[in-house]
Design a binder for this molecule. Structure first.
Ligand code: PAF
Length: 283
């Protein structure tokens, strides 16, 4: 595997490649990331991964400084997956001057759910992904469904800018007890780790209630938040949305027991101790 940090060298290395499959990451790789690499391999060749902890997508009080950086271990994992190039720019390589031009997602997607609790997050994500795409020029790029809203925003961005990159969504990789794999799981104490699967259990409960024809989805969301809070979680949201645009379903989209309902997804973000976890489940 070639490890490249500068944009010029990356362009030289990938010149003439028309089927590149790209997996952008922030490192601290786990099985979830590796499953993205395997999916990428099925959709293109060569597989290019990136590791870059993108300051632009972290708020001032977020975990940019303490975000786990495990470069050597990551390199070994990617080598085993047969990744051809690892693009690992420094901040100076990717942002040699202040990144004043930004890619701003529309408010109806960028300021809801995660965007409400992490202002500027999707601006930072869209900006870095656009820049990484410009460097790698992939034919396909793979993103996990665990970051459901991020996947939708990037897919819409690629479509509206007519980017030549197809966006592929990969299923969430879960531990045996249901917890979605995430680099932030490493922040959990052993007690918190034992409690963490309750988040996915809550999503399953919401999905079952919805499928069983719960008469009031807003009340169901409130009840799910209360269940989390009762066990010491601090939920930011548990929200049932339409899969197609992440807007709340209205009376015509959800009629209890109707087979015609709009496809839905339930999304959540909640803090356990100091660790904020997100997850989602298609209903
Ligand atoms: O999902 C992530 O790890 C990041 O948001 C991404 C897509 C690599 C952009 O920094």
């Amino acid at each position: 595997m070639k490890i490249i940090s500068t944009i010029d060298e990356l362009r030289d290395q990938l010149r003439g490649q028309l089927r590149t499959a790209f997996v952008p990451t922030m490192g601290n790789l786990h099985e979830g990331h590796l499953s993205l690499m395997r999916l990428a391999r099925r959709h293109g060749d060569p597989v290019v991964a990136s590791i870059f902890v993108n300051r632009l997508q972290f708020g001032p009080n977020e975990d940019f400084d303490k975000y786990p950086r495990t470069f050597q271990a990551d390199v070994e994992k990617l080598e085993k997956e047969g990744v051809y190039v690892l693009f690992a720019p420094t901040e100076k390589d990717l942002y040699p001057e202040p990144q004043e031009y930004r890619v701003q997602p529309p408010d109806n997607l960028g300021t809801i759910l995660e965007g409400e609790f992490r202002p500027g997050f999707f601006n930072g994500v869209c900006t870095v992904v656009t820049k990484l795409f410009s460097c790698v020029q992939p034919r396909v790029a793979v993103f996990g469904k665990k970051d459901y809203q991020q996947l939708m925003i990037i897919r819409n961005m690629a479509r509206q800018f007519a980017l030549p990159t197809e966006i592929i969504g990969a299923e969430t990789f879960r531990a045996e007890d249901g917890l979605a794999l995430s680099s932030r799981n490493g922040y959990l104490s052993s007690e918190e780790r034992a409690e963490a699967p309750f988040l996915f259990q809550t999503l399953n409960w919401v999905a079952e209630q919805t499928r069983a024809g719960h008469p009031d989805l807003a009340a169901l969301e409130r009840e799910a938040m209360a269940r989390l809070a009762a066990r010491g979680w601090k939920p930011d949201y548990v929200s049932i949305r339409k899969r197609m645009n992440l807007q709340a379903p209205d009376a015509a989209d959800y009629i209890p027991h109707s087979a015609e309902n709009a496809p839905l997804v339930v999304l959540t973000a909640a803090k356990l101790g100091n660790t904020r976890l997100i997850d989602n489940l298609e209903i």
